[in-house]
Design a protein. Structure first.
Length: 216
């Protein structure tokens, strides 16, 4: 398994700013989102990161994640991974939670009630599990279907999406996917999953101090 998983949620989009659920709609970053991505890149060029020269880099193929990787300086190294795409929200795509609770489903909670016509939470978790399993199997040998990943004892950087990364973190910790509800994650936030006495752990979560340079 990798030494660390460094997670980056993409920068701001018009829908992330308005609170609309953005699954497979390929919406671009806003100008503010691009500034966030550049600020993140500047942070990762400094100590202790120093550009993470030996890290393997993966990104969701959706443009908001891919553009964040590029503006942060990782685009040339980033490999698209379809497992890192955001939750497919089905008929709730583009809608806010407040609107859904007002007109469709009073008391609606995505982690409990899911989305009509989209992916089940268990299906998103299965994608996360498959990605983690593909990094390396428990014996430190390449996974038979992903032998080009070669990530054992290396850092791995992921550029992806809010709900997807929260679910992936829950699964890293060995928790049920519903645990992701407790892991808030802002746009362009930096998080690190690592190890503590041989067990998966959270080292950094939802750190957006690099954005102080553009919002302060």
């Amino acid at each position: 398994m990798p030494a660390r998983l460094i997670l980056v949620r993409h920068g701001e989009t018009a829908w992330s700013e308005s609170g609309q659920h953005t699954g497979r709609t390929d919406i671009p970053l806003t100008d503010a989102g691009r500034a966030m991505a550049r600020a993140l890149g500047k942070r990762l060029q400094k100590a202790p990161w120093r550009g993470l020269p030996d890290a393997q880099v993966f990104t969701s193929p959706l443009s908001r994640a891919r553009e964040t990787a590029e503006l942060a300086g990782f685009g040339a190294r980033a490999v698209d991974r379809p497992e890192l795409m955001e939750w497919d929200y089905g008929r709730y795509e583009g809608r806010t939670g407040a609107d859904i609770r007002r007109t469709d489903h009073p008391g609606w909670l995505i982690w409990r009630d899911g989305v009509p016509g989209g992916e089940k939470l268990s299906e998103v978790a299965a994608r996360c599990d498959a990605f983690l399993a593909g990094l390396k199997d428990d014996h430190g040998t390449p996974h038979p279907e992903t032998t080009t990943m070669h990530c054992a004892d290396r850092d791995v950087v992921l550029f992806a999406h809010g709900h997807l990364l929260r679910i992936l973190a829950a699964r890293w910790l060995g928790q049920a996917p519903e645990y992701a509800q407790r892991l808030k994650l802002g746009t362009a936030a930096l998080s690190v999953l690592s190890w503590e006495y041989g067990l998966p752990a959270i080292e950094i979560w939802n750190d957006h101090s690099h954005l102080d340079t553009i919002t302060g």
